[in-house]
Design a protein around this ligand. Structure first.
Ligand code: T4K
Length: 369
């Protein structure tokens, strides 16, 4: 049997490098609660991500939940159902109503032409998603948000290190959440952060991620526990030293996929966006069964026969999840519904060899009718 190839594989520093990084934790016995490594990683990330403020969290999801709380959002939030469970659940778990905007069929981000018609007097914010590393139409979202006085929090889980017109992608909107999960371009095992423009959120986020504690004797908000610990931060400090090299390697893998699958009838690739320095986070293909001859599901199953595990990110769309008990009409976002039934993300990680990419592509191309 061929070696198992999963959709991704965590980037890791050498064991020696990690051990070196965590050694001083045995001297200090300081393991969590915003320790030295946590502070150092926040500083380094500010610089790397080209953002004003960074607040580290246990994971990306909690960053999003706490970001929503810090901004005291209320009522309705315009978002997209073509995302990971986290985005929609962060909104719902905060007692807010998600209002689903469709996506555009080219890059799968929020269709900005549909936002204004969804705004009501209850709308407090827009939470768009930079999906797969494709960035949203930032300028138009900014225009709409300022016209209607709405907050914007980007789910930037997929866009670590992405730059737009030379600026860090996390410097747009009021805030952006990055995920540092094991499956992401940059990981802290689990982890994440909220980047934000307005420095007054600093204290709020600090309190929210630490039980609302303002000082030893004052607890003035109902908080959570979402602190990144020192071992996670140490992993981040190590991985950050190598992330540029990792992104370069991913680029080579993506270019090989593009070379092999470009202009295959019935297979659509993500666009190369203008003014964007990509991080090559995911490699989605959208399969048109009528033109390609077999469906997305058949490709996924055939790859499995070869021990290759692609994934249907993002299927089903979040608005159709059982936990929402049919509350949302999935037909109001027909493009998201359509793409979710046809999209397949192919294996992608820095050390995926070009031979393996060629093999994956030839298994797919052999299916073409
Ligand atoms: N917003 C968006 C748009 C997101 O995509 C995500 C996370 C979030 C918000 C929330 O951020 P976090 O709170 O997670 O920081 C995975 C990840 O768990 C999840 O973080 C990620 N999105 C999502 C797209 O993918 P699963 O359920 O597909 O994970 P799993 O366990 O099936 O792993 C996928 C593959 O990754 C495995 O086949 C192999 C590889 N892997 C996995 C793990 C756990 C590794 O190489 N190492 C590992 O430790 O959700």
């Amino acid at each position: 049997m061929n070696k198992k190839i999963l959709v991704t594989r965590s980037s890791m520093p050498s064991l020696d490098e990690y051990i070196e990084e965590i050694k001083d934790l045995w001297d200090s016995h300081w393991l969590t609660n915003m320790g030295v490594k946590h502070q150092k990683l926040e500083e380094q990330l500010k610089e790397y991500l080209k953002v004003k403020n960074v607040s580290l969290t246990t994971n990306g999801h909690l960053a999003l939940e706490l970001g929503i709380q810090a901004m005291k959002l209320q009522g309705e939030v315009i978002t997209t159902p073509f995302t990971f469970a986290s985005t929609t659940q962060a909104i719902v778990r905060n007692g807010l109503t998600p209002v689903f905007c469709d996506i555009n069929p080219d890059d799968y981000t929020m269709d900005v032409t549909k936002i204004e018609s969804l705004i009501t007097d209850k709308t407090s914010a827009i939470i768009p998603v930079h999906v797969y590393g494709n960035i949203c139409n930032i300028e138009e979202i900014e225009r709409i948000a300022s016209k209607y006085n709405l907050k914007v929090i980007y789910d930037a889980a997929h866009t670590f290190g992405v730059r737009y017109k030379g600026k860090g992608i996390g410097s747009f909107g009021d805030a952006s959440m990055f995920s540092f999960h094991a499956t992401k371009v940059f990981n802290t095992i689990e982890g994440g952060c909220m980047c934000y423009q307005d420095t007054t959120y600093a204290m709020e986020l600090l309190k929210l991620k630490n039980f609302g504690i303002k000082s030893e004797s004052v607890v003035d908000v109902v908080g959570s526990n979402a602190k990144m610990n020192e071992f996670q931060s140490a992993m981040g400090l190590c991985n950050l030293r190598h992330v540029d090299e990792e992104i370069q390697k991913r680029k080579t893998v993506v270019e090989r996929y593009r070379k092999n699958l470009n202009e295959v009838e019935g297979i659509k690739l993500s666009p190369i966006q203008e003014h964007v320095e990509s991080n090559y986070a995911y490699f989605p293909i959208v399969v048109d069964e009528n033109k390609f001859g077999v469906s997305r599901d058949e490709i996924c199953e055939r790859l499995k026969e070869y021990n290759i595990f692609s994934r249907k990110y993002f299927y089903p769309i979040t608005s159709s999840f059982d936990c929402f008990h049919g509350k949302y009409d999935v037909h109001k976002t027909p493009v998201a519904l359509h793409i979710s039934k046809r999209v397949l993300t192919l294996p992608l990680y820095a050390d995926l060899s070009l031979d393996e990419v060629d093999r994956i592509c030839s298994i797919i191309l052999d299916l073409k009718k």
